[in-house]
Design a binder for this molecule. Structure first.
Ligand code: FES
Length: 109
C-alpha cells in the first residue's frame, strides 16, 4: 500500500492520514483511530488493518504487505460474504458507492 492508497474504503481514509494520526495523536487504543476521518466505522473491513497500523506504530514493523489492488479485492470479497455492518444514516454505502443524497424538504406551492 502506498501512502495515498485508501485503507478505509468507506470513508476514504488513506494510509498517510492513518500514519500521521498515529504519529501526532499517539492514541492509546486502536479504537481511537475512528477519530481519524471515521476510519473503521463503516463496513468494518479495515478494522484488522487499522489494528496492524496501530501495532506498527508501537513496534515499527511493516503493517500490511499488500498492494492497493489486493487490498481492495479482499475487501470486495469481504463485502460479498456479507460481513458488513449497516452504515449509520447519512454515511457512505459500505460497498464504496457514494452516499445517497438526503431527501429534500417538501417545497411549498
Ligand atoms: S473499509 Fe473501513 S469501515 Fe469499511
Amino acid at each position: 500500500m502506498q501512502p495515498d492508497d485508501e485503507v478505509c474504503l468507506c470513508f476514504h481514509v488513506t494510509r498517510r492520514k492513518i500514519e500521521n494520526y498515529l504519529r501526532i495523536h499517539r492514541p492509546s487504543r486502536v479504537s481511537q483511530l475512528s477519530q481519524c476521518g471515521g476510519a473503521g466505522t463503516g463496513c468494518g473491513w479495515c478494522v484488522p488493518f487499522l489494528r496492524r497500523y496501530f501495532d506498527q506504530a508501537q513496534t515499527g514493523a511493516d503493517a500490511l504487505g499488500l498492494t492497493k489492488e489486493q487490498y481492495a479485492n479482499q475487501r470486495a470479497a469481504y463485502i460479498q460474504r456479507g460481513k458488513v455492518h449497516e452504515p449509520a444514516p447519512g454515511q457512505p454505502d459500505p460497498s464504496g458507492a457514494p452516499a445517497a443524497e438526503p431527501p429534500t424538504p417538501l417545497q411549498e406551492p
